[in-house]
Design a binder for this molecule. Structure first.
Ligand SMILES: C[S@@+](CC[C@H](N)C(=O)[O-])C[C@H]1O[C@@H](n2cnc3c(N)ncnc32)[C@H](O)[C@@H]1O
Ligand code: SF4
Length: 385
């Protein structure tokens, strides 16, 4: 145990299967043509949870996130078994946030009530676009109508739900996006994740893009799309609390805040990452990515961990900066100094402030501005240097 009383502790559980692979996606997701043995996976999840809880006992779980892949392909009893295992090995706070990532097809929506009974209290739906041509281009298996119907089922089944859209798609103009966003906001209750399309190496989109067959908006259009996102969302009471995440006040995804605020979380399942504090040392853990190889490791050893690195002061401080500056609340420079053993360089702060990329609030917090967010990586690199 770290000796410090923890106020938050997240548990991430990765379900690595999808019905088909979207051409833009480089997440750890796999398509299998044979049926998945969910019971066998559920037992393996339970074993890895037990193993992890023995390393970091006594925590109170404040958030659980079932991500993927496509967790909404799991039967509700599999989700129930995973949540029961978490509850058996840690205490789960009465008001814990329990999110499940779902694809918005009609088949998956029929499982929502079962997930709620199993203990899920929030869903995050991958809607991606609200027009059928874009959905087809993104390789999605649902129409816009089907996605909105799934959103309506989520609204009835859960007090809290969110959905994802991808923007800066080929040929998308700021006007088109403003219209789509307006419709999304009418359908969203409290939370939206709005991701700018990234062309990830190794995906089919990467090859098409390199060959000039997939044209994404140039820098100035991408910037205009980003500005539209901020303006429309702010106007409707959904300001960004993180570079790609928008919420009404108090409706932020508590689980994702655990990552961005540099707090502690366990990573369970194939390819999951964790950050565990053991004897005052932060461990960065990662498990085997290939689902069947992970399964065999867990069955043999009780866990699928293949990386378990102690983070140095520098590494921890850099990670704190990288994650924390994504948030509109920014970071506390004193916490950075405590982690790094040295303060941020005041000259670099002054330079970035003069450029308008960051501000330092009256309470001392350092925040990235709307000018700085589109070049966040450069801002972080500058500060960390
Ligand atoms: C790992 S996916 C899981 C969600 C679920 N499987 C789905 O597709 O609906 C999480 C989200 O990441 C976003 N995403 C994945 N690849 C992306 C990319 N290349 N560019 C932008 N957003 C991406 C999508 O919005 C997606 O909903
Ligand atoms: S975007 Fe979602 S459904 Fe598509 S491959 Fe990635 S994880 Fe699977």
């Amino acid at each position: 145990m770290s000796g410090i009383e923890k106020t938050t502790f997240g548990v991430y559980v990765h379900w690595p299967f999808c019905l088909s692979k979207c051409p833009y996606c480089d997440f750890n997701s796999h398509v299998r043509h044979a049926a998945i043995d969910e019971d066998r996976f559920a037992h393996a999840f339970a074993r890895e949870i037990e193993f992890t809880a023995a390393r970091v006992p006594g925590r109170t779980v404040t958030s659980i996130f079932l991500g993927g892949g496509t967790p909404s392909l799991m039967q509700p009893q599999t989700v129930g078994a995973i949540l029961d295992a978490i509850g058996k090995h840690w205490r789960v706070a009465d008001d814990a946030e329990v999110t499940l990532e779902a694809n918005p097809t009609s088949v998956e929506a029929t499982r929502f009530a079962g997930y709620r009974t199993a203990g899920v209290n929030r869903v995050s739906l991958g809607v991606q676009a609200l027009d059928d041509a874009s959905l087809q281009e993104l390789g999605r298996l649902h129409s816009a109508r089907e996605a909105l119907d799934a959103v309506a089922v989520a609204r009835r089944a859960f007090d809290r739900y969110s959905f994802d859209l991808i923007y800066a798609r080929p040929d998308q103009t700021p006007n088109m996006w403003a219209g789509e966003l307006g419709l999304a906001i009418r359908e969203a209750a409290e939370h939206l994740s709005l991701y700018q399309l990234t062309i990830e190496e190794g995906t089919p989109f990467f090859g098409l893009h390199a060959a000039g067959k997939l044209k994404t908006p140039d820098e100035s259009v991408a910037r205009a799309l980003y500005d539209v996102t901020q303006e429309v969302c702010e106007r409707h009471g959904l300001p960004a609390y993180e570079i790609s995440n928008h919420a009404r006040k108090g409706a932020e995804c508590r689980h994702n805040l655990v990552y961005w605020r540099g707090e502690e979380y366990a990573g369970i399942g194939p390819g999951a990452h964790g950050r565990l504090d053991i004897n005052n040392v932060r461990h960065a853990t990662a498990t085997e990515k290939r689902p069947e190889a992970w399964l065999m490791r867990v069955e043999a050893n009780g866990h699928g961990i293949i990386t378990d690195d102690d983070l140095s002061r520098e590494e921890r401080a850099d990670e704190f900066l990288l994650m924390g500056l994504r948030l509109s609340e920014g970071i506390d420079p004193l916490r950075y100094a405590a982690l790094a053993g040295r303060p941020l360089d005041p000259r670099r702060i002054a330079l970035l402030r003069d450029e308008g990329a960051i501000v330092v609030d009256t309470d001392g917090r350092l925040r990235v501005t709307r000018i700085g967010f589109p070049v966040l990586d450069a801002v972080v690199a500058d500060l960390a240097a």
